[in-house]
Design a protein around this ligand. Sequence first.
Ligand SMILES: Nc1ncnc2c1ncn2[C@@H]1O[C@H](COP(=O)(O)OP(=O)(O)OP(=O)(O)O)[C@@H](O)[C@H]1O
Ligand SMILES: O=P(O)(O)OC[C@H]1O[C@H](OP(=O)(O)OP(=O)(O)O)[C@H](O)[C@@H]1O
Ligand SMILES: [Mg+2]
Length: 305
Amino acid sequence: MSALDTNTLNGRLLFAIPKKGRLHEKCLELLSGADIQFRRHNRLDVALVLNHPIALVFLPASDIPSFVGKGNVDLGITGHDVILEARMESHVTETLRLGFGKCALQVQVPEAGPIHTVDDLAGKRVVTSFEVLSGDYFERLDSRLGKTDADKTSIEYVGGSVEAACALGLADGIVDLVESGETMRAAGLHAIATLLQSEAVLIKSSVPKHPDLTPLISMITSRIAGVIAARKYVVCEYNVRRAGLSAATAITPGRRAPTISPLEDSEWVAVSSMVEKNQMADVMDQLVEIGAEDILIFNLDNCRV
Ligand SMILES: Nc1ncnc2c1ncn2[C@@H]1O[C@H](COP(=O)(O)OP(=O)(O)OP(=O)(O)O)[C@@H](O)[C@H]1O
Ligand SMILES: O=P(O)(O)OC[C@H]1O[C@H](OP(=O)(O)OP(=O)(O)O)[C@H](O)[C@@H]1O
Ligand SMILES: [Mg+2]
């Protein structure tokens, strides 16, 4: 393929995808589920989509909010946390929560140390990759505690491996993301406050530069929503006596209503209903209790609900 130029991209919807890190692989799975086909050439951060007028732009997750917010790209996937850190929340619209990249931004201090609360940490040294959000947080805390400019909390930026800062003597506490807590515990730290909860989101510019792309944005959004819903739900099918039907449908009310079909044996009916995956075992227990039989669970590949 020849080098990309603005002509090649002309008229294409630009869709920003994290180029590495925790969100990258999950985004590729979403694109595949939404049948957005592309071939990414070695070293190129732009890939043309083969079956739609879209170009994917691979960017660091933390740069995506301002690219979308300023209208340089039309659509993007990134973390809710970095949208707030970039102060882009009023420039982008979060159209879908994607159910992955879930983590919390937390204040952490050495487990075996003199600091037990954020009030103890105020006025000391904090190291973080989230200097804006941490700055806001400690500014409010310092002002609540009546700190003067001379004794307010110092916030120092580092680009990664934030957890090492306390052991290296650079910080008294840190502000960083926590998912399982493994990294935090391995560094001998524990959390003393939570600034926010985050997850990956699909975003578009609040003031779109190319209104004619709106139908394509709706199509992509609806396809991705279908992939997310398919992961969230299973289809539950079972047989139950007519006498038990109202109890059964109370257990599996479905999204709109369960599908009820007659069986050859007129005393029995078959029920089919969508159930949230994380409720599946509970629902099956309850169905067994009211006498349902032949309970089957089916995973969904894709859906539009
Ligand atoms: N441990 C985690 N669990 C879940 N989501 C996370 C985790 N760490 C980061 N994230 C989410 O992923 C986003 C991108 O962070 P990540 O650290 O993956 O990117 P990066 O810093 O660009 O990559 P890398 O750390 O590989 O250099 C974060 O803004 C956050 O929303
Ligand atoms: O609670 P856990 O499941 O252990 O996850 C938290 C870790 O994940 C992220 O780091 P990442 O892997 O992106 O490395 P980085 O620090 O180099 O960015 C984050 O910065 C934490 O260090
Ligand atoms: Mg990281």
